[in-house]
Design a protein. Structure first.
Length: 152
């Protein structure tokens, strides 16, 4: 078997990792996600599920397109993420006025799950804000919102 030799310099790769926008944003997101998931554990929700339930509550009976827009997700990823929430009975999906659309809404159980998770989310959010400091958090949030708009 031939040994793989790479023309890529390991010093260059360290530079890529240390400066790559995507790598560093995702690394920070993973750390924050793990924190939120740990705090939300008693609710039975992951932070990804919590944010979807929040988005559904915001748009009320919203279409897939409306939810995808609020969440900044493509429809395929959103569909995949909605399935476990529907299986748990937290969301329901019904045909829209145009039969090509689906309308997603919270069920009574979904509203209860969201209500149970909300105080835990508040704690996780407070932890993050305290760890970063309010000024750093406000700056980071404003930069993330601006970056999302500029990159899209």
């Amino acid at each position: 078997m031939k040994k793989h030799t790479s023309p890529i310099n390991s010093t260059e790769l360290r530079q890529v990792v240390s400066t790559c926008a995507c790598f560093n944003v995702r690394k920070a997101a993973r750390a924050i996600t793990q924190h939120f998931d740990a705090i939300l554990e008693p609710s039975g929700l992951l932070i990804t599920q919590f944010t979807i339930l929040v988005a559904v509550e915001i748009v009320k009976a919203g279409t897939m397109n409306e939810l995808a827009e609020v969440l900044g997700m493509d429809r395929t990823t959103l569909t995949r993420n909605l399935k476990p929430l529907e299986r748990e009975g937290w969301l329901k999906s019904e045909p829209g006025q145009d039969l090509r659309t689906r309308v997603i809404s919270l069920t009574t159980d979904g509203a209860a799950a969201l209500a149970k998770a909300l105080p835990l989310w508040r704690q996780a959010q407070t932890d993050v804000e305290e760890a970063l400091g309010q000024q750093r958090w406000n700056t980071l949030l404003s930069h993330l919102v601006e970056a999302t708009v500029l990159i899209r």
